[in-house]
Design a protein around this ligand. Structure first.
Ligand code: KIV
Ligand code: ZN
Length: 390
């Protein structure tokens, strides 16, 4: 049975770029957009054209450059924003305008000093106006995570009627629990008239570390688009991490969902974005962190050397990492030492290994990590005259 496709909407260049101190210049944005297209994302949110002349120019240049993906520009529910976005997107092969408004009681009261009916009116006008420029119009209900489901369904029904092709349900503050976010999607699927005409989209923030879990709960409950960023970068604690949702769907065939992403480009894309933004990837980051395929405790190393699958659920080559690494520290065992010694040309017998291991432990207690260059020195210190075979 063929799997249902989940569209990947990458917002590295818009929500991701809102990270303080990590601004990208126009050239860097173009290089990243080209790589995202190659990676296989379905939609690239290129920027917020009205926000600055620089952002307008970037969205226009990305629209010119991108060959496959839909190029999207963000707007508020404001006529001028929509006109400027349409202008910036005019050379895109597949343009999308992403417009919307806050729908939670807190946004309605404090941001807009308005009421529910007036918000629906503004939402409908924005979508109808955007439809005069492009066919593909995505509507976001900002702070949908804290919006009462019944009202959210009313908003969604009205904008679908006005022609919205995608309904973005952002958990803007990262507040929802996975069950709650999944139930919200299910509620919309079951209660919005005309919902079959639109795609439900997950847009989750990571304030409680639940962005990935919430997005997966969303697609399990009927959403078919995930909005995410490379390395999970974004405002505050960030957005849903692209590499995580892609690999979760791939590693769990029972979900019967997949994406168009070429996973072999995930690691290099993560490195590229990290370097261009000057934002390091935390070493323990799932999928793309430096330690994601590194094993340092003796028990794990012994298992991985016997069979990689004992402690790894992903083949590193599937995400573009050459191989798992066996890191030598004072917590490593004999199997790891013998394995790494062999890689640098020393085949140790069991008796030799016992002596070399004692020397190794002394050395390892003084150093954080043992390198390939340290191994011959440790072997030499045993005075066993072991020759390298390489
Ligand atoms: O988090 C959010 O609500 C957003 C919208 C502007 C789509 O980024
Ligand atoms: Zn967001």
């Amino acid at each position: 049975m063929s799997k249902d496709k989940v569209q990947i909407f990458d917002t590295t260049l818009r929500d991701g770029e809102q990270v303080p101190g990590c601004k990208l210049d126009a050239e860097q944005k173009l290089v990243i957009a080209e790589r995202l297209d190659e990676l296989g994302v379905d939609i690239i949110e290129a920027g917020f054209p009205i926000s600055s002349p620089g952002d307008f120019k970037s969205v226009a240049e990305i629209s010119d450059l991108v060959k496959n993906a839909t190029v999207c520009g963000l707007t508020r529910a404001v006529k001028k924003d929509i006109e400027v976005a349409a202008e910036a997107l005019k050379s895109a092969k597949r343009p999308r305008i992403h417009t919307g408004i806050g729908t939670s009681d807190s946004h309605i009261k404090y941001k807009f000093n308005s009421n529910r009916d007036a918000i629906i009116e503004r939402a409908v006008s924005a979508v109808s106006y955007a439809k005069t420029f492009v066919e593909d119009v995505e509507f976001y209900a900002e702070d949908a995570g804290r919006t009462d489901n019944e009202f959210l369904a009313r908003v969604c029904e009205a904008v679908v009627k006005a022609g919205a092709t995608v309904l973005n349900i952002p958990d803007t503050t990262g507040y929802c629990l996975p069950d709650e976010y999944g139930a919200k999607m299910k509620y919309l699927r079951e209660n919005v008239k005309g919902i079959d005409k639109a795609t439900l989209s997950c847009h989750c923030h990571n304030d409680l570390g639940l962005a990935t879990a919430n997005s997966i709960a969303g697609v399990i409950n009927g959403a078919r688009q995930i909005e995410c960023t490379i390395n999970g970068i974004g405002e505050r604690a960030g957005n849903t991490s692209l590499e995580e949702v892609v690999m979760i769907l791939r590693q769990h065939p029972s979900l019967n969902l997949d994406t168009n992403i070429n996973s072999k480009l995930l690691y290099s894309t993560s490195q590229m974005v990290s370097q261009k933004m000057g934002m390091i990837v935390q070493p323990n980051k799932a999928i793309v962190g430096a330690n994601a395929f590194a094993h340092s405790s003796g028990i794990h190393q012994d298992g991985v050397i016997k069979n990689r699958e004992t402690y790894e659920i992903i083949d590193p080559s599937d995400v573009g990492v050459n191989e798992s690494s066996i890191v030598l520290t004072a917590r490593s065992g004999r199997a790891a030492l013998a394995y790494r010694a062999k890689l640098v040309g020393f085949e140790l017998t069991k008796l030799q290994l016992d002596d070399v291991y004692q020397e190794f432990l002394k050395f390892a207690d003084e150093h954080k990590e043992i390198t390939d260059e340290d191994i011959p020195k440790i072997i030499e210190a045993t005075n066993l005259n072991i020759e390298s075979v390489s």
